[in-house]
Design a protein around this ligand. Structure first.
Ligand code: NAD
Length: 351
């Protein structure tokens, strides 16, 4: 068993590789981890005003985006590096990859470096499910899953574990993606239905998740596809110029967002006037704003992914590492005997 570095041993930073992250997930159990991470995220949404918040810093190119997502609660600081490149899968690469770091605000020293590709899928699904727990119709059992790529199975299992759905109806423009998701979800306790049109996928669904990747204003859902009373969990519209829903749907919906200054730039609401009313989720969770108030209301989570969710995910991983061997110690920080003698340390390392 490795011990996490103590304050006297700060030169070493625990690093969680992709392989160790997968081991950690299996040692905890994916569904349990989704439930526990949803609790961590909800806990941090409850302390929302305490955090430093800024829209993420994005570097756009014609094919994708690279983003930095920082935040701090005054005691711990975190950032995530993440990309979004919808055409990557054509050359065998992921659309989204990420890594992140947690640090101690008091010293500025990192306390964890972690892969966050797997972790982002888990935290995004946990956030979606935590939000659906507050906004979806009570007793929701069926979810339409539009877009069956890397995030889709995580989204499906989080909605099962946290919200209690028992059926997922899959649709993707690429049939191979739907078949992959159906194979992966077999034996996971969900009834899985593969569909050949988005309309078919939405049949009887109380929750509609859109999780597609396309660097353009796409119309994954038309206004006439969406009936009263549903909860829409819109994941894939998360960049300027990249949306999934017809504007008419937004006008019929009560819209809930993470951090308005970021969502106005990146979310579905970039298609609306700047002053179109939206509700901040943390206020719903604290009971300071209304969530779902009627069975006919369409609730829309305009998800873009916010830094506090990554902060929660890293905090969760750090707590779960103690007593495991699921990390390496990275020699990442210089540690001269005399803190002012960096040069001497370098000289002594010669030859
Ligand atoms: P992916 O490339 O693995 O999968 C996307 C799937 O969408 C593909 O299978 C593709 O065939 C399908 N698709 C594209 N256009 C479609 C259409 N018109 N109808 C149906 N299916 C369509 O991507 P991923 O890693 O699963 O990510 C999905 C999206 O979620 C991306 O846009 C990503 O940026 C976004 N994302 C959001 C968050 C968040 O916090 N909101 C977090 C992670 C990823």
């Amino acid at each position: 068993m490795n011990k996490l570095p103590q304050p006297s041993d700060r030169a070493y930073v625990p690093f969680v590789s992709v392989e160790n992250m997968m081991r950690l997930v299996h040692s905890i159990g994916l569904e349990r981890m989704l439930v526990e991470m949803a609790d961590y995220i909800e806990e941090d949404f409850r302390r929302w005003p305490l955090f430093d918040k800024t829209p993420r810093v994005a570097a756009h190119s014609p094919v994708g985006v690279i983003e930095l997502m920082p935040t701090s609660d005054g005691e711990q600081y975190a950032f995530k590096y993440v990309n979004g490149h919808p055409t990557n899968t054509k050359s065998g690469l992921q659309t989204v990859t990420a890594f992140g770091l947690l640090a101690d605000v008091a010293t500025g020293y990192p306390t964890l470096l972690s892969e966050m590709t797997v972790l982002t899928a888990i935290r995004t699904a946990a956030t979606s499910a935590m939000v659906a727990k507050h906004l979806a119709p009570k007793g929701a059992r069926t979810m339409a899953m539009i877009g069956n790529g890397a995030q889709s199975e995580f989204q499906s299992l989080a909605m099962k574990a946290v919200v209690g759905i028992d059926t997922v109806r899959l649709y993707d423009i690429d049939r191979a993606a739907t078949e992959k998701a159906a194979r992966n979800l077999a034996g996971q306790g969900l009834t899985v239905v593969t569909c050949t049109t988005p309309e078919d996928a939405m049949e009887g669904a109380e929750i509609i998740t859109t999780c597609t990747a396309d660097k353009q204003y796409a119309t994954i859902l038309n206004d006439n596809m969406v009936g009263e009373g549903v909860h829409i969990n819109a994941i894939g519209g998360d960049c300027p110029g990249k949306t999934e829903l017809a504007p008419a749907i937004l006008h019929r919906s009560s819209i809930f967002v993470e951090y308005p200054p970021q969502t106005r730039i990146e979310g579905e609401i970039q298609q609306l006037d700047e002053d179109h009313p939206v509700t901040e989720l943390w206020q719903v969770i604290l009971g300071e704003a209304e969530g779902r108030v009627s069975s006919r209301q369409i609730t829309l989570f305009d998800s873009v992914g916010f830094a506090i969710e990554d902060f929660s995910a890293l905090r969760y991983v750090r707590d779960r590492l103690e007593g495991t061997a699921l990390f390496d110690q990275l020699d990442m920080l210089a540690d001269p005997d005399d803190p002012r003698d960096l040069f001497g340390m370098l000289q002594r390392a010669k030859g």
